[in-house]
Design a protein around this ligand. Sequence first.
Ligand code: 5GP
Length: 241
Amino acid sequence: MEIGELIYQGKAKSIYKSDNDDELIALFRDDMTAFNGEKHDQFSGKGVYNATVSAFFFDYLEKHGIKTHFIRMIDEKTMLVSKLEMIPLEVIARNRAAGSITKKLPLKEGQVLNPPVIVTDYKDDAKGDPAVNDDLILALGLLTRDELNEARRTTLEINKLLYDFFDELGLVLVDFKIEFGRRGNEIILGDEISMDSMRLWDKETGESFDKDVYRFNKGDVMTAYARVVEKIINWKKEQIK
Ligand code: 5GP
């Protein structure tokens, strides 16, 4: 597989052309950033952890009927994906109140949100990813009404699948962010699903196993990420027993 021209450099991933026009190559780098890039570090092995977990979840979701851009791994931190026209929206599902929502609304950290809450931010770093509601998504021409309904339904489905999965691992899926893109007439899950884009708390102790460890200096972030990878590997071993 020939890695082609760099076409997009995100905060933690680089996207390259591949030798097929319908496919792209996503390289998960070791960069870690927080607070819109204000905090920035590199952690050896981070790219591999996030690529491994993302690949696992894309595969898991595909097996449960969710369409994703994942094709296959090229190496431990490089993923072949199908090319999508990305929609500049961050779709966030929340099962517990944490992070930004507790700063803006009278919700206590850890408060259960049942039914889960889906919110959307317009992806624009310079503007601080402002929140947008359905009417604004339609006004901005980002999605049609049908696509909006579908994205919401799919996000709730993904949330249920991931929540139940992590529950089995002894973790609470507090919240996560996903992104969708278009392939023809279809809305497909793109980007990544990793510890960078979710909050995971230990069910018993409340300990964080996600980027909050880095954001708020709660300990060694690579140890936390490694624990999630280890739990997933152990889960996989249990499945083949
Ligand atoms: P919050 O709104 O509390 O900042 O984030 C809610 C959830 O979405 C958290 O799990 C957070 O990690 C994720 N999230 C929000 N914005 C971003 C982003 O720009 N990039 C990534 N990777 N995750 C995000």
